[in-house]
Design a protein around this ligand. Structure first.
Ligand code: GLN
Length: 485
């Protein structure tokens, strides 16, 4: 049996019945990484010895009857979450040699649940990008077509799962970075409500938007990981003090009684016809499953979301990235003649072009004289977008959109045109602006390339989204298709 191809729930069944061991499962994943990672490059760091040791501990725990559904299951962690003793680079030269002395809360929660950590996944530098081409080390490749991007910024995390290198992974989503690559790689990606998952130990990009979430092979696995990572953390001042439900209870295969809105504003110019027809077919399927569907215009300010995002996110990034001054940790330029010279040289050599672009955009938007015209105005647009979602959710249980207007694009295609790259997140980033949850599930293929379906929910509406995602998934076989690798 190809153990690396299993889902969490399938693997956990075998482990419970002692038909395999975590060590066998972990070896199968490490062998798979050795075989296919040179072709797709999902990992920045592979922790073979640590993983096998954790697998041994998990096997003892299983024998003692102390297993959780995640005990002994191998995972990949996006390289912007701190892992004690394991290099955490953010795919940046700036943090190339940074070894955190502590675990992010999510990493600790998964370790407590018995995770086997295979390694750290490649990403766009500091999570800025939509293709993983902005990694300072190397681009990751889409396992469905290696000439194409896997999406980003959690590209490595999604490739690792789609290529069956890891059974599941964690990503982070500031403007679509879990959902867009999940759609491009045909896996499930969930961005929870802002504050639902602790960000303690997540390297900050845009603090009012960042959120961590699971990337999995199916919706059942998504619920299992959510059960382990959601919940209050006093270490994160934005963490919501709310009880965590058992998300597996939302996995029911019908949608009777649910009202779903399909906002016309997401039928953006530039949407590929193949994506549009796959999307329409998916909406018809939701209706067949018992949902009441209404097409209409509910979100008129969506067209300003991208502009507002590219003021707010870079502004926060420019503040967050000021800490990389080469003094306390991270890269430090040698041979500087003064403190200012050291600072300049460190940032010049430590950051890549996209990160520098964001810092300059943000510093400009926040500077005296421009603050009101840009940053304050963007915050006002943000309020309008939020209110508009609130009004829509007075009528609907969830909203349904494509995850991205296109299928995965070719490597290099958008590298010289940042605005084209930014447009890849047009359907996902309004969700971060409003702080609400959303999920992307596999919804078909156009000429062999994946398409994702996005469901957007009200604040703390994770359960409804899992129900929609599960019912849809169970009525299709998209999630069972395997990459040609
Ligand atoms: N692609 C968007 C950006 O470049 C979103 C990134 C993210 O969600 N981390 O900012």
């Amino acid at each position: 049996m190809d153990l690396h191809r299993l889902t969490i729930h399938e693997a956990a069944d075998l482990l419970r019945r002692r038909e395999t061991s975590s060590q066998e499962l972990t070896r199968a994943c490490l062998d798979r990484i050795a075989a296919v990672d040179p072709a797709v490059r999902a990992f920045v760091t592979v922790c073979a010895d640590g993983a096998l040791q954790q697998a041994g501990e998990a096997d003892r725990r299983i024998t003692n009857g102390e297993a959780t559904p995640l005990t002994g299951i191998p995972a990949a962690i996006k390289d912007n979450m701190c892992t004690r003793g394991v290099r955490t680079t953010c795919s940046s030269r700036m943090l190339e040699g940074f070894v955190p002395p502590y675990n992010a809360t999510v990493v600790q929660s998964l370790s407590d649940a018995g995770m086997v950590m295979l390694g750290k996944a490649n990403m766009d530098e500091f999570a800025m990008g939509s293709s993983t081409e902005h990694s300072a080390f190397f681009p990751s490749r889409n396992p469905w077509d290696r000439a194409r991007v896997p999406g980003g910024s959690s590209g490595g995390s999604c490739v690792a799962v789609a290529a069956d290198e890891a059974i599941y992974s964690l990503g982070s989503d500031t403007g679509g970075s879990i959902r867009q690559p999940a759609g491009f790689c045909s896996v499930v990606g969930f961005k929870p409500t802002y504050g639902r998952v602790s960000r303690f130990g997540l390297v900050a990009f845009a603090s009012s938007l960042d959120q961590i979430g699971p990337i999995t092979k199916d919706v059942t696995d998504c619920a299992l990981v959510m059960n382990a990572i959601c919940g209050y953390d006093p270490g994160d001042s934005t963490s919501l003090n709310q009880p965590t439900p058992d998300y597996t209870r939302s996995l029911v295969p019908d949608l009777k009684g649910l009202r779903l809105g399909v906002p016309q504003e997401y039928a953006v110019a530039g949407m590929q016809p193949g994506v549009e027809s796959a999307f329409k077919a998916a909406v018809r399927r939701l209706a067949e499953l018992g949902a009441e569907i209404e097409w209409g215009a509910f979100l008129p300010h969506t067209r300003y979301a991208l502009a507002a995002y590219y003021i707010i996110a870079p502004s926060e990034a420019s503040a967050n990235l000021a800490r990389y001054d080469g003094v306390k940790y991270g890269f430090s330029a040698p041979e500087a003649s003064s403190m200012w010279d050291a600072l300049e040289k460190t940032k010049q050599a430590g950051f890549g072009a996209e990160v520098k672009r964001r810092i300059m955009l943000g510093t400009y938007a926040l500077s005296a004289g421009y603050y009101d015209a840009y940053y304050l105005k963007a915050q006002k647009v943000r309020t309008l977008i939020r209110q508009e979602f609130d009004r829509a959710f007075a009528r609907f249980d969830a909203l349904i959109t494509p995850t991205s207007p296109t299928v995965p694009f070719k490597i290099g295609e958008k590298m010289d045109d940042p605005v084209q790259m930014y447009l890849s997140d047009i359907c996902t980033l309004p969700v971060n602006i409003a702080g609400i949850p959303a999920v992307s599930v596999p919804a078909g293929f156009v000429d062999g390339l994946p398409v994702g379906l996005q469901a957007i929910g009200k604040p703390l509406g994770e359960e409804t989204l899992l129900r929609i995602a599960f019912a849809y998934e169970q009525s299709t076989d998209w999630h069972k298709r395997k990459t040609p690798l």
